[in-house]
Design a protein around this ligand. Structure first.
Ligand code: PRX
Length: 649
């Protein structure tokens, strides 16, 4: 039977997929014993900590005396780079491939654990020579090349706190992140490849750091032969520093609750938050979840397609798999370059066994057609994963049938930058999966769906997702802003973590994630706040006011619609639309470009002047307008609705 027909039938049947027998027999988790062990909080987490090498033992598993500030494995000392590198060499795996890398133009490199370890040692020494020491912040603005991993692990080796900024972010976004963290050194590249074009990273970095007084040195990785300016005394070529650097750098003994990194993510205000993760708890959590959820074995080849600029790249490209001594695949460029089968070609070439990507990518693959994966031998694949946004059952089933050939379990993993690692997901050798549901909380995770008052809502009723007990991977705070940390995550209920997602639990105990409940959009799996885009729009000299809402999108899940009022009461034309789209891309990054922009002389507001986004969303989704009685001027929505319909038709 043809694949599309099978998917249609399965969709009608709302199918369940029990774990397949052969997978289950060899799986790392195949029964409920971990869940049973997790009933004893202290014993469970103590057992899980033993999968890392500690320099000094901890005396307290979790200090809960000052909520919501929880400290994990208190008193213990360890080093993250030692756990990701040295120990694998000591156990005889120095010549195993750590990173199999492909650049977009087709260049390839494989780094063994020993080679990666050498580079990390040297670069750690180079950073020290530039004056970086324990506790200093280092910003990383690189393409997805091995030097990104080397930089992160080199920071971890000397106890510096890395702050990776996605290479697609604009100079302004980079500047704000550097200034918030007061980073001392910036690591960048002359450029990086994306869809055959060069991302001018060093050029953008120069624009950013002209307003970053904290930056004392810039390290430039030579990725190609791209033009750039080198500022004597401040800028240093990576390869020159590496030539001069001594070969050995002792790993710094870090307290478990010393910071490992900050990573910026959008909140419901215009200013991104520097999510802070500590060393011990984070590393225990990503190590355990990589093993439980991805069932990694020594012979696996694990490809997580995320960039290191996002948390998925931190946890499941770098720290999780490398702390387990796994082989990872890394690919620099776009999935459709030079052809739409690039991913499948990579899977075939390197014999990828575990593949982890985002629903947006899966929907794009579906649209591009089955002929692309069908051209390649994907028979090495044994497990598939998805992350970042809800996956619609049709995309899940396509992934299962076309990529997994009906044989690979799918793990739909729910988590966030703040949670450090996966919290809700199937365990592939144990869980019966249901397309569209992330299924159940992992061992040790006490997740529930609550109402405003903190009561559990009945089965199948929507409510707020809540995590009621601390877990090791949890964020340690927001960089430099304790109040915001308490207010955003811990003020809804007492001592309960509020992730900002809606959810429901079905009659089988499966969790269905319903999207964000705050003013944060999820565009192609990337978090963008409505206010961030609004501030970018109003920073344009012609704009007087802007309101932004998320709208449904076939591929990206969600896209951005902006309602804009121009100065002088003018209505903008097509040229203005493209100017404003470019302006947002230049201010934040291309991921924040609005899909639609509509001009109006005014926006719908309450009598007290608050913009009614709910109505704008109704307009953008072509829905019947909700309650309009509180509007100051009802004619504004009528005008907008008419304009929107005209534009759509
Ligand atoms: O809304 C949830 C959605 O992505 C948000 C977290 O975004 P970020 O911190 O950028 O991390 C993304 C990668 C972990 C969540 O609050 N989300 C993430 N995974 C899923 C999801 N929504 C539904 N299903 C998922 N599997």
């Amino acid at each position: 039977m043809n694949v599309n027909k099978t998917i249609e039938i399965l969709l009608q049947e709302s199918h369940r997929f029990p774990p397949n027998r052969s997978f289950q027999e060899r799986a790392y988790v195949k029964d409920n014993s971990l869940f049973e062990l997790a009933n004893d909080f202290e014993t469970f987490w103590n057992e899980q900590s033993k999968f890392l090498d500690w320099i000094e033992p901890f005396h307290t598993i979790c200090d809960r005396s000052n909520p919501p500030f929880y400290s994990w494995f208190v008193g213990g000392k360890l080093n993250a780079s030692f756990n990701c590198l040295d120990r694998h060499i000591f156990s005889g795996h120095g010549n195993k491939a750590a990173i199999i890398w492909e650049g977009e133009p087709g260049d390839r490199r494989t780094l063994t654990y020993r080679e990666l370890w050498r580079s990390v040692n040297k670069f750690a020494n180079a950073l020290k020579k530039l004056g970086v020491s324990k506790g200093d912040r280092v910003a990383i603005y690189l393409p997805l090349i091995p030097e990104a991993v080397i930089s992160m692990l080199a920071c971890a080796r000397i106890g510096a706190i890395h702050s990776v900024v996605f290479g697609g972010f604009s100079p302004e976004s980079l500047r704000d992140r550097i200034n918030d963290a007061q980073a001392k050194v910036l690591i960048t590249a002359d450029g990086g490849w994306r869809r055959g074009e060069v991302l001018p990273l060093k050029h953008d970095a120069d624009v950013a750091i002209s307003q970053c007084p904290s930056i004392k040195h810039v390290v430039i990785v030579k990725r190609g032969d791209f033009l750039l300016r080198v500022k004597e005394g401040r800028d240093h070529w990576y390869h020159r520093l590496m030539q001069e650097a001594p070969a050995h750098c002792d790993p710094e003994a870090m307290f478990s609750n010393d910071p490992l990194f900050t990573l910026y993510t959008s909140g419901s205000t215009g200013k991104p938050k520097g999510i802070l993760h500590h060393t011990g708890g984070y590393l225990v959590w990503v190590n355990r979840t990589t093993q439980w959820v991805f069932d990694i074995r020594p012979e696996d080849v694990f490809w997580c397609t995320a960039d290191v600029g996002w948390i998925t790249g931190h946890s499941y490209l770098v720290y999780g798999p490398l702390s387990l001594g796994a082989t990872i695949v890394m690919y620099e460029g776009a999935p459709d370059y030079p052809e739409k089968d690039r991913f499948w070609e990579i899977i075939e070439r390197h014999g990828v066994t575990i593949f982890y990507t985002a629903p947006t990518a899966i929907r794009a693959f579906m649209k591009w057609g089955n002929e692309h994966p069908e051209k390649h031998d994907l028979s090495t694949l044994r497990l598939l994963g998805t992350v970042g946004e809800p996956i619609n059952p049709a995309a899940w089933l396509w992934y299962h049938q076309t990529i997994g050939r009906g044989k690979c379990p799918i793990v739909d993993t729910w988590w966030q930058t703040e949670t450090g690692g996966i919290l809700i997901s199937p365990l592939p050798g144990l869980t019966t999966t249901v397309p569209g549901s992330a299924t159940k909380p992992l061992p040790g995770i006490d997740a529930a769906v609550l109402d405003e008052q903190g009561n559990e809502v009945p089965i199948n009723q929507g409510g707020y997702l809540a995590i009621r007990k601390p877990w090791p991977g949890m964020l340690a705070g927001i960089w430099g802003d304790e109040e915001r940390y308490k207010q955003v995550y811990w003020s809804k209920w007492e001592n309960v973590y509020f992730p900002g997602d809606g959810a429901r639990i079905d009659e089988d105990g499966n969790f269905w994630l319903l999207g964000r409940v705050d003013d944060v959009m999820n565009v192609a799996g990337h978090r963008i706040s409505t206010m961030e885009v609004e501030s970018a729009l109003v920073s344009h000299p012609d704009v007087s006011e802007a309101a932004v809402v998320g709208i449904e999108h076939d591929i990206k899940g969600e896209a951005i619609a902006a309602f804009v009022t121009l100065k002088g009461g003018k209505l903008g034309d097509v040229e203005m639309v493209s100017k404003l789209k470019e302006h947002v891309a230049n201010t934040i990054g291309a991921i924040a470009k609005p899909e639609k922009i509509l001009f109006s002389v005014d926006l719908p507001k309450t009598r007290s002047g608050k913009i009614m986004r709910r109505l704008l969303r109704d307009i953008a989704l072509g829905r019947v307008l909700g309650d309009t009685t509180t509007l100051a001027d009802p004619s504004v929505v009528e005008f907008l609705k008419k304009k929107y319909e005209e534009q759509e038709s």
